[in-house]
Structure formats: structure tokens, C-alpha cells
Ligand binder design. Structure first.
Ligand SMILES: Cc1ncc(COP(=O)(O)O)c(C=O)c1O
Length: 378
């Protein structure tokens, strides 16, 4: 199987599996238990993994909170900040996001809307990027949080998170970004980019499923940002998130981050080369094809392309035993993509659009074989 659906999930790295095995076998201690070696080893391993995640984004260790994944992180930050700032601090009730966020942000915003919050959904340009002026024009005295995706999961296009978050920082408005698709793929330095919160997930970077985290910035003097927890019931994760640590998953996530940091430059070069070859070949086979991703400001290896006259579902089914590609997000199958609608595609264009998302495990041979299959089914 040629797996080109790496925005949905990724093959777990053998080095990650290896790192997890002891914690599924003999090292089964609970890191919250006290004093005996089995517990201390688990605790030490959780903290080492926290360091690996922190090093990938240049944060402090105690700014990394482990969760079950990016959906939980998005829910936690949005619900937790809204609750704390509006109900406890009596500040505003306005949140700004965009129309092309992941459903775990959009559905959370809809839920908040029903509970009295005002939500602004910003438009995006034809590549899926938010306009800085539109954001500026939407900020009000009531705005407590801005949440904008860093790299879009269907398009691969990047938002200008540095300038968008700086604008919010200048006005003392908290800024969250869903960084699920960019963690480990582009350089993220929270010391130079003033985001307050990030969400991310291990299974997009060759780690295990069911584990992820968020970055929650501390103040300059090291105090914690207060947020209402999503999961109450224990003091784990600095009181932000209760529940016994999933030690094997946390260790796997830490290892995946360590590998991503080590290999990022090399992987980026390979992915950009493969992507260029794919785009050139697709354009040669389908001269009327249209690349919807931003061509430079993008996640390496992710291509969203419209192939006029080629129904995407029929194409995917024809290839299904040999190649895995996708029509878009794995979380919203069955309905025409709201992301593609938001960038201005018509319904017939949406039904002829595919997403190809590569990873470090893909090869030139696989790209050539995929292209040959496209030619043969034409
Ligand atoms: C941008 C984005 N945010 C959030 C998620 C949800 O991540 P998880 O599967 O870890 O809950 C995904 C997964 O597809 C995603 O692409």
C-alpha cells in the first residue's frame, strides 16, 4: 500500500514503538504513586517526554500539558478560557476564529455560541489564509480569545501566525493556534512567536494515537494561566488535566518529538522534492488541474488539487487497494468540504478535489508508481 494520507494519521515510527514497549510490559508503574522505583521510573519518563515536546517548540517544560490529542486540547483551551475569563473574571464573551478550522474548534465554538458567547468566523482567501486586516476589524472590547489554525488540514496552507498573534498580543488578547498539522513539520519557536496556547497530537508525527498535548504559556515571572479544566478529579498535569497518565503513549509522543526535531531539516528537503515532482506530473497528466494549496506558504508534502472531470470518490475507490489518498478531512466524510467551500470552490470542483499528504516514509518510487496508476486509469 502506498500511503499518501499522512494528514489523517501517520505510520508509527519503529523507534517510537521500541521506546513504548517497556511501558506496556514491565514498567507499568503509576507516575503519581510515591517513592518506589516502579513509580519513580514512570514519573521520570513522563518528565523526559515533556522535555522532548518542549524542545520541539522551544518552550519551558512546565508549559506542556499532556492530553488525549488535539481534539481534547482544542476543547480544553476554548471552553476553559471562555469559562474562566467570562464567568470567573467577568471579562468579555467574544471569541474570534475562522471558517476553516478543524471541527474540534468549530463545533466547540458552536457549543459556546449556544451558551451565550459571541463568535466571529473570519473568512479566508483562496489559499485558506486569514486576512490580518479582517482580524483587526473584528477585535472588540469584548474579545477574550482568538483561535486560528496554523496549518490547514485539508489544504496544507499556513496562516501567518507570527503577525496574527503579535496583533493580539499588542492588545492583550489571548491567542490560541491549532498546530496539529505543523508540529514537527515546520520550525515552531514560542519564544519568538507570541502565541499563548497551542494544540497538537502525536499521531500526525509518527507517534501513537490517543495522546497529544497543549502548550500553555506562563507569564514572564512564571505564573500559570488559569483555565477551567475539562477533566476534573486529580492534580495531574499541573492541575490542568486529571486522570492517570498514559505513560506508554506519553513516552511514544516524546520519542516522536525527539525524532521530528532531529530529522526536520532532512525530511523537509525530501518532502519538498517529492511534492514538486508530484505537482509537475499531475499538471502534465491533467493540464486543467488546479493546485488549491498555497505553493510556498505551506506544510511540506501536502497537496490539495482539483482534477476537473475526475470524481474524487470514484478515483479513491479505483486506487484503494494500492494507494491511500483522501478527499479531505477524515473527520467530516460524507459532506462537501466546508474548507473548500470557504476558499470559493464550487460543489462540482469540491467533488473533483483530492488531498495527497506525504511523509518521510514515502519514496520517489512510490510517487512514480502513483503517477503511473493515474495515467493507467485515465
Ligand atoms: C488541524 C487538526 N486539528 C485537530 C485534529 C484532531 O486531532 P486528534 O485526532 O488528535 O484529536 C486534527 C486531526 O485530524 C487536525 O488535523
Amino acid at each position: 500500500m502506498i500511503y499518501f494520507d499522512n494528514s489523517a494519521t501517520t505510520e508509527i515510527d519503529p523507534e517510537v514503538v521500541e521506546s513504548m514497549l517497556p511501558f506496556l510490559n514491565e514498567e507499568y508503574g503509576n507516575p503519581s504513586s510515591k517513592y518506589y522505583t516502579l513509580a519513580e521510573t514512570a514519573k521520570k519518563s513522563v518528565e523526559e517526554s515533556r522535555t522532548s515536546v518542549a524542545e520541539l517548540i522551544n518552550s519551558r517544560n512546565d508549559e506542556i500539558i499532556f492530553t488525549s490529542g488535539a481534539s481534547e486540547s482544542n476543547n480544553f483551551i476554548l471552553k476553559g478560557i471562555s469559562d474562566y475569563l467570562y464567568y470567573e473574571k467577568k471579562l468579555g464573551n467574544h471569541i474570534i476564529t475562522s471558517k476553516t478550522e478543524h471541527k474540534s474548534v468549530l463545533e466547540t465554538c458552536k457549543w459556546l455560541e449556544k451558551r451565550g458567547y459571541k463568535i466571529t468566523y473570519l473568512n479566508v482567501n483562496k489559499y485558506g489564509q486569514v486576512d490580518k486586516d479582517e482580524l483587526e476589524g473584528s477585535l472588540t472590547k469584548e474579545t477574550i480569545l482568538v483561535s486560528l489554525i496554523w496549518g490547514n488540514n485539508e489544504l496544507g496552507t499556513l496562516n501567518e501566525i507570527s503577525s496574527l498573534s503579535s496583533m493580539c498580543k499588542d492588545r492583550s488578547i489571548l491567542f490560541h493556534s491549532d498546530a496539529t498539522q505543523v508540529l514537527g513539520k515546520i520550525d515552531i519557536d514560542v519564544k519568538s512567536i507570541p502565541v499563548d496556547f497551542l494544540s497538537f497530537s502525536a499521531h500526525k508525527i509518527h507517534g501513537p494515537k490517543g495522546i497529544g498535548g497543549c502548550f500553555i504559556r506562563k507569564t514572564k515571572i512564571g505564573t500559570k494561566q488559569k483555565i477551567t479544566p475539562l477533566i476534573h478529579g486529580g492534580s495531574q498535569e499541573f492541575d490542568y488535566r486529571a486522570g492517570t497518565h498514559s505513560v506508554h503513549n506519553i513516552v511514544g509522543f516524546g520519542k516522536a518529538c525527539e525524532i521530528a526535531k532531529r530529522e526536520m531539516n532532512k525530511n523537509t528537503l525530501v518532502l519538498k522534492d517529492l511534492e514538486t515532482i508530484l505537482i509537475d506530473q499531475i499538471r502534465a497528466i491533467y493540464p486543467s488541474s488546479q493546485i488549491n494549496s498555497h505553493l510556498t506558504h505551506k506544510i511540506p508534502g501536502v497537496i490539495n488539487v482539483t482534477l476537473p472531470g475526475i470524481n474524487n470518490e470514484i478515483l479513491i475507490r479505483k486506487l484503494r487497494n494500492d494507494v491511500a489518498i483522501s478527499t479531505g478531512s477524515a473527520c467530516s466524510l460524507g459532506e462537501p468540504s466546508y474548507v473548500l467551500k470557504s476558499i470559493g470552490l464550487t460543489e462540482s470542483e469540491i467533488y473533483t478535489t483530492i488531498r495527497i499528504s506525504l511523509s518521510k516514509f514515502n519514496t520517489l518510487n512510490q510517487v512514480n508508481s502513483f503517477i503511473n496508476q493515474l495515467i493507467s486509469i485515465q
